[in-house]
Design a protein. Structure first.
Ligand code: ISE
Length: 335
């Protein structure tokens, strides 16, 4: 039987995941849609046959046709949803961030360890992007030697109205915190945030762009240009500089045109476009593992580590200087 999924949060990501489970991937169906806004839950649930709308995540998780939970509500609501899913030992795909800060992420780690097995996959979808996957596989072969530096660029067309300067770190650079840890296989030990004069196109009081530098326990540096009001497109690029060469992704050169004395191509406009394939692969991997009683992908430990890095990053943004990241010892469940 297909996996019955409750999607919690019927906003932009939640609604996109409902469409994906219903139309794109196999082995699952959306049996519940939950949102604090009853009308929004109903509207999204109505798109799927036999799907029930709820306002209470706990009630949805108690339904007989719910076998697994996809959490796509705002970050501050994740901890309660995760703990409720653990109560029923349900597999969870939790959108990033796992939780908004390190202390709450640690509580989730403790609760998952009490279950005795992994139940959470964190939605760091870049790990499922074909380009990122090739870069990671290449670095892992060691052919290029040891990675010395990683240069990352992360650009959005425009930031939503609720965006704050801290969110450039906790919401956006969270992806590079995970990508850095995953690509290098190292933990981030310190964060520095530099602040160029903001773009005139950024909303008032928003520190945009920012330049973030991560140091790792393997002695590498990873820098991130985060620019969320660049105006021209959604662009995510990474270049690893290693002892015997470099490797770079995200140039978007899949299609290059030559016409009327110019060459060119197009740039994606948002993450659902740039990372559409990554999301499809991510959710399919989650469903496949869950149907066999297993868990795959980025773990709650990865979610905790990213939360701790972002917390240090937000402090570095506010206070200036270099802020160290103190992680707890990695529990056996995640080794
Ligand atoms: C958003 O939440 C995402 O996760 C996107 O991938 C990122 O590019 C954007 O900056 C975030 O706000």
């Amino acid at each position: 039987a297909p996996l019955g999924v409750a999607v919690i949060g019927a906003g932009r990501m939640g609604a996109d995941h409902v469409r994906r489970i219903d139309r794109v991937i196999s082995g699952a169906r959306v049996t519940a849609v939950v949102d604090v806004d009853a009308e929004r839950a109903k509207a999204v649930a109505a798109r799927v046959d036999g799907c029930t709308a709820y306002t209470d995540p706990v009630a949805a998780m108690a339904a007989a046709d719910v076998d697994a939970v996809l959490v796509a509500s705002p970050g501050p609501a994740h901890e309660a949803a995760l703990l409720a899913a653990f109560e029923r030992d349900l597999p969870v795909l939790c959108e990033k961030p796992l939780t908004p800060d390190a202390a709450s992420a640690l509580r989730v780690l403790e609760a998952e360890q009490a279950l005795g097995h992994r139940r959470v996959q964190v939605g760091f979808m870049r790990r499922y992007d074909p380009e990122y996957a090739r870069l990671e596989a290449l670095l892992r072969t060691g052919q290029l030697g040891r990675p010395l530096m990683l240069h990352n660029r992360h650009r959005n067309v425009a930031s939503p109205p609720f965006f704050t300067s801290a969110m450039l770190i906790s919401d956006s650079v969270a992806h590079e915190a995970d990508a850095t840890r995953w690509l290098l296989g190292q933990e981030i030990t310190a964060v520095t945030v530099l602040r160029p004069a903001p773009s005139a196109n950024a909303p008032d009081a928003l520190q945009d762009p920012q330049f973030v530098v991560f140091e790792t326990d393997g002695g590498a540096l990873s820098d991130v240009e985060i620019f969320v009001n660049c105006g021209f497109g959604y662009q995510v690029q990474a270049e690893a500089v290693c002892e015997r060469g470099t490797a770079r992704i995200g140039d978007g050169h899949a299609l290059v045109t030559n016409t009327a004395g110019r060459w060119g191509g197009t740039i994606a406009q948002d993450w659902t476009e740039r990372f559409g394939t990554a999301y499809d692969r991510e959710v399919q991997a989650w469903v496949d593992a869950a149907r066999h009683g297993g868990t795959t992908g980025p773990s709650a430990w990865d979610g905790y580590a990213a939360a701790a890095v972002c917390e240090a990053g937000v402090t570095a943004l506010r206070e200036g200087g270099r802020v160290t990241v103190e992680l707890v010892e990695k529990p056996a469940l995640y080794r």
